[in-house]
Every structure is written in C-alpha cells, then in structure tokens.
Design a protein around this ligand. Structure first.
Ligand SMILES: Cc1cc2nc3c(=O)[nH]c(=O)nc-3n(C[C@H](O)[C@H](O)[C@H](O)COP(=O)(O)OP(=O)(O)OC[C@H]3O[C@@H](n4cnc5c(N)ncnc54)[C@H](O)[C@@H]3O)c2cc1C
Length: 397
C-alpha cells in the first residue's frame, strides 16, 4: 500500500483539484467522466479491494447509459445478464403474476444484473491509468475561502478545490459537513441475509420474488450464480435467542416451497454468519456545503425494493460531472448548486417510490398480505412499471 504522502506526490490533478472519497458506483462513474474533461481526481477507497461488498446489483438504463460515453457499455453487456422477466410468488411459493418486461426494455433500454465487483471493474476500465488508492480514508476536512484542506489517516495533508463524498450509505463525508438534524434515517424494521447459490432456482433472464406475511425471498441471477436475499422483520431474523440463522429461517419461512427451503437452509448451515443487510435508507436536507458535495447513496441512499439505487447514483454522478465541465475553480459552488437543482428532487422521488414499494412488499399482517397478493394479480406489466418509467421519462438534460 502506498502512503498517502507518496500518493499525493504522484498525483497530477489537471484543471481542478478534486478529491473523490469512495471508489464505489458513483465515485468511479464521476471519476471516469471527469477524466474525459482533463481533470484527474484523486480517488481514495477505504476497502482493500472491490471484493469487500459481494452482492449483485440490477442496473436500469437511467444509470447504465452513461457507459456508452465512457466506451465500456459493451463490457457491461458482456458481464451482465438480462432481467427480462419478473416472477412474483406468494410467501408459500404459489405463482401470483409473471411480468414479461421485454416490451418495456425494448423501448427504454435493458435492465441487467451483475455482481457489484464486476460493475466496479467495468468502471475501472473506463478510468484508464488513473490510480485508485485503496485502504485510504480522510481523517478530517476543513474549509477555507479557497478550498478544502484534508488531513488523511497517516497525517498527510492536501488542499483541494472540491471534495466529493461518494462514500455510500453510511457516508463519513455527510457526517462531517451536515448537522445531525440535516439528514434522517428511514428504517423499514426489516433485514435480509445475502446468500449465493449455483442451484438453478430461476430460469435465465428471470428474477423471482416471494412475498409472504413477515417474510421475503428474492432471487437475482448474475453470470455464474444467483444471489438470494432472505428477509424478514429484524426482530425475528436477528433474534439470536431463536437459535442459529438456519433455525430462525425455518421458523420465518414455514409453509414455503420445500425445495427452496432446503436450498436456503443448507446455505445457512454452510455459512452461519452471512452478510446481513439492514433495510434502511437516508435522506439529506442539503447535498452540498461550500466546496464539499455529496453524490450517490451519500446524498440519498435507497431501499432495495425498486432496485434503482445504483442507477440513480450513476445518474447523479453524470449530472455532477456535466456541471463541473462548465465551471472553473472560482465558481465551483455555482456548479454544485446547479447539480443539486437537477438531481435532488427527482432522486427523492425515486427514493419515495422505493419506500412506497417497501410498504407494499414488507408486510407482516396476514390479511394485508392476502389483499396485497390479490391486488398484485390485477396489475398489468405497464401498471407495474409505471412509476419507474415515469422516472426515466422525467430525465432532464
Ligand atoms: C445487498 C445489496 C443489493 C443491492 N442491490 C441493488 C440493485 O439490485 N439495484 C440497485 O440499483 N442498487 C442496489 N443496491 C444499492 C446500491 O449498491 C447502491 O445504491 C449503490 O452502490 C450506491 O453507489 P454509491 O457510489 O453511492 O455507494 P457505494 O457503491 O456503496 O460506494 C461507496 C464506497 O465508498 C467507500 N467508503 C465508505 N466510506 C469511506 C471513507 N470514509 N473513505 C473512503 N472510502 C469510503 C466504500 O467502501 C464504497 O466502496 C444494493 C445494495 C446492497 C447492499
């Protein structure tokens, strides 16, 4: 690992001195776009590599289309799989509805799934030879009229025109520049284990979800495996007094399709400490403070219910890069205001959509779950996708 002093000595910033905190979806998208404008940001990442968060993501064209301009759309297509069909089942495994999404995706572009690490590798290709400094994080930031002074973990210091907090749902940057009352957590009270299998639990091109009363199971393919999200109310799923994860799972998913239960149970026996996903989001009242700006989940984090968080993060990164392309170092805060004006309201609309969908999906009460399942049966594919489509169509340039 390079020391931060060595990293800074090797850094050639170009037109603006930009620090990007976080080499995730939004940080890498932004960095690759800035490169094309003659700005080489300093990109730092707290994790040791891309493998740290081993989960899959689904990407809508509202996010993935930025890859065309970065010259890596074909790479993305090569490592991702179609999510053309969505199969909805009840908590006990009976089919509720099959949605064929191909007509819609023919119109707007594909919705595709891949491992997050694969997406980050695609974005790394778009960075060219711009380095990512892993295992690095800022320790303190202080603003002055001319920019932002940053102190790093090893005591090294540098001065930047702009600091971008692209550091995800639990953003350190957000905590530095916003007061606690300026951002709020929305907690569903649910959580999910993330597991992987190669058992053929879904056909190619298909995602599957099982919505129960107090239970949720989602199956999302990537090229070589399927990611399973096995969820329930946190009180039930994370209560260690109810036994090992596999015992808790069997209790929550009583009555579910026996084969599926056996597959999940065997995964929970093999991995007694699976990745636990606490289903909450964050909304920030402000996205920028002086010359520090938030992007992606750091600005507005998403519940997984609409599968749109990563797409919105890429979309926000593209808007920020665009506004920065029209700015010099002196007038940067105007560019940040323009970015916020473009993105904040529409991102919050998408966030609200995810929350509403969460209220529909994550239901504990049996009669309510029964009514929900009957309502879902009557939804056409167009109705089902209506809100997501509206979001795509509200795109501004
Ligand atoms: C299990 C799971 C499944 C998901 N599925 C989907 C899906 O299907 N579709 C979808 O659209 N979204 C999905 N999401 C959400 C999606 O991953 C996020 O919305 C998206 O990654 C946001 O991008 P980001 O760049 O803001 O944050 P991230 O991609 O999370 O990147 C933030 C980066 O910052 C780094 N970091 C954090 N703190 C610091 C620090 N102090 N210093 C330096 N680096 C730091 C982190 O290590 C991380 O690499 C899922 C999330 C999870 C957990």
């Amino acid at each position: 690992m390079l020391s931060m002093r060595d990293s800074l000595a090797a850094w050639k910033p170009g037109r603006l001195r930009v620090l990007v905190v976080g080499a995730g979806i939004s940080g890498l998208t932004l960095s690759a776009l800035l490169r094309r404008q003659g700005i080489d940001p300093l990109v730092i990442e707290r994790a040791a590599n891309f493998e740290a968060a081993g989960y899959s993501i689904g990407l809508y064209p509202i996010g993935s289309r930025v890859l065309h301009g970065l010259g890596v759309f074909d790479d993305f297509m090569r490592v991702s799989v179609d999510y053309d069909s969505y199969q909805l089942h009840s908590g006990t495994g009976e089919p509720i509805k099959s949605y064929d999404m191909r007509g819609i995706f023919d119109r707007i572009g594909p919705f595709r799934g891949l491992r997050r690490a694969e997406m980050l590798e695609v974005l790394r290709t778009a960075l060219g030879d711009l380095p990512i400094y892993f295992e690095q994080a800022p320790a303190a930031i202080a603003q002055d009229p001319g920019g932002v002074a940053v102190t790093f973990g090893d005591g090294a210091q540098a001065h930047f025109d702009l600091v971008v907090g692209a550091d995800g749902i639990h953003s350190w940057t957000r905590q530095q520049v916003l007061a606690p009352e300026e951002y709020a957590k929305f907690d569903t009270g649910w959580g999910a284990w993330v597991l992987w299998t190669t058992e053929p639990l879904a056909a190619p091109g298909e995602t599957r979800e099982y919505w129960g009363a107090g239970s949720f199971l989602g199956i999302y393919p990537v090229r070589d495996a399927l990611m399973l999200c096995v969820g329930g109310p946190k009180a039930a799923i994370s209560d260690t007094s109810l036994g090992a994860p596999v015992d808790r799972f069997r209790r929550i998913f009583q009555g579910m399709d026996a084969h599926l239960v056996d597959v999940v149970a065997s995964l929970l026996v093999a991995d007694a400490n699976p990745f636990f996903w606490d289903l909450h989001d964050y909304r920030s009242r402000r996205w920028s403070a002086g010359r520090v700006v938030l992007c992606g989940d750091a600005a507005a984090a998403f519940l997984p219910t609409a599968g749109i968080g990563a797409s919105m993060a890429m979309n926000a990164a593209a808007s920020l890069a665009d506004e920065l392309s029209r700015s010099d170092a002196t007038h940067l805060t105007l560019a940040l205001d323009a970015y916020v004006a473009r993105q904040k309201a529409r991102t919050e609309k998408a966030q609200t959509l995810s929350r509403e969908l969460g209220k529909f999906m994550l239901v504990e009460n049996r009669p309510l779950a029964w009514a929900r399942d009957h309502l879902a049966k009557m939804y056409t594919t167009e109705q089902f996708a209506r809100d997501t489509l509206k979001l795509m169509e509200s795109e501004v340039s």
